[in-house]
Design a protein around this ligand. Structure first.
Ligand code: NDP
Length: 344
């Protein structure tokens, strides 16, 4: 095995230092570097590999090309009792989200429901960190963001929608929140990129090649082909919803419009994210909403009691979260070398 192919074992502290130092070396200020490094480390901790250190070269590309501002100071705008608007000022999402979270929680508690409109932002991360944090504050949360035109609407072979992830979190009685976070394409683009890097096929239905034909070759999808929404017209409708919520609703662009101006440096495009936070204590009319949720989760798991094949979304991450602080993580040697090279 060559040195570059050999995985590199790192503690979570080393992951954080690697990310932080690389971001500082490439023009981030301390606040932005800290927020992004925290986010990347959390992804590695939970083994959300497609949104961990794998993303760092993309962040660096956007810092170097000048597309994103690593020193941006997000601005909060209080537009309505139930709305927080955060202008990321051309910076990355982690710091802007950290700035917007406290007022969003306060408004959701005061009003029963509140929305966060995050605009002028470069989002390159998983969405579970923002919804999970809200659920830990006792709120039910939904988030979505658009990306670049990577996916064709159902019936078409022409790119229009982003990979357009949606995430949802529900607080639990004495346990980790239940969280799902998924691209509305059959596969997240990061996963297709990892398949291409590692030479694996992807399942049919993930995308079409440049001739509009179904293919299992991730490179054919990424180079001239197109991704597909999951579940045909149903996933396509959810992608459309994400475009509207993270675009028109908050005064931001759609994926196809972001694509018209993006410099394709490999980093995140500029766009928006929409987050909704609901206080169940206000909407449930005093009913035992937590106990009701538990009843559903219990029944769900019971349906798989024999096969063991049913689990709650988020549990894979939480399982990893129990192990990685002790065991550390293994990252591809070539990625480690690349990050060291980018740090200079
Ligand atoms: P996956 O298909 O891997 O997982 C989607 C969700 O389903 C997760 O919450 C996962 O939980 C859950 N899940 C998976 N398998 C099961 C199962 N057998 N039973 C129950 N639940 C299950 O995610 P994607 O590949 O679609 O997306 C990956 C990430 O990419 C997301 O975090 C998304 O936010 C991110 N993304 C970000 C973009 C951006 O622009 N910022 C763009 C597109 C995607 P668990 O985690 O526990 O496995």
């Amino acid at each position: 095995m060559t040195e570059a192919a050999r995985p590199k074992h790192l503690s979570l502290g080393e992951v954080h230092d690697l990310a932080f130092n690389c971001l500082i070396a490439n023009g981030c200020d301390d606040a932005n570097a800290q927020a992004i490094a925290d986010n990347l480390t959390a992804a590695e901790r939970d083994r959300s590999e497609s949104h961990g250190l794998f993303r760092l070269p993309g962040y660096v590309a956007s810092l170097r090309s000048g597309k994103a501002d690593g020193k941006a100071q997000p601005r909060i705008e209080d537009t309505a009792p139930g709305v927080v608007r955060v202008d990321a000022m051309g910076g990355f999402a982690p710091l802007a989200l950290a700035v917007g979270r406290k007022p969003l929680v306060a408004k959701a508690r005061a009003q029963g429901v509140a929305a966060l409109a995050l605009v002028g932002v470069h989002h390159f991360a998983a969405l579970w960190p923002e919804v999970e944090a809200l659920a830990r504050d006792g709120l039910v949360a939904f988030a979505c963001t658009s990306t670049l035109p990577f996916a064709a609407p159902a019936g078409s072979a022409k790119p229009l929608f982003g990979t357009d992830p949606v995430a949802f979190a529900w607080p639990r009685m004495g346990g980790h929140p239940v969280v799902f976070d998924m691209a509305t394409t059959s596969m997240a683009r990061g996963e297709v990129m990892i398949a291409a890097r590692e030479g694996h096929d992807v399942p049919l239905g993930v995308g079409l090649d440049a001739e509009g034909q179904p293919t299992r070759d991730p490179k054919a999808i990424l180079e001239g082909g197109v991704m597909l929404p999951f579940g045909g017209y149903k996933g396509s409708a959810i992608s459309m919803m994400v475009e509207l919520l993270a675009g028109a609703l908050i005064g931001e662009v759609f994926s196809f419009q972001a694509g018209e101006v993006d410099n394709r440096d490999g980093g995140p495009t500029r766009g928006g994210e929409f987050i909704l936070a609901i206080d169940p204590a206000r909407t449930s009319g005093g009913a035992d909403w937590l106990g009701q949720g538990e009843a559903l989760f219990h029944k769900m798991l019971e349906t798989g009691a024999t096969s063991g094949a049913v689990r709650l979304p988020g549990d894979r991450r939480y399982g990893n979260r129990d192990k990685t602080p002790r065991d550390g993580v293994a990252i591809p040697g070539a990625l480690y070398d690349k990050i060291v090279g980018l740090t200079g």
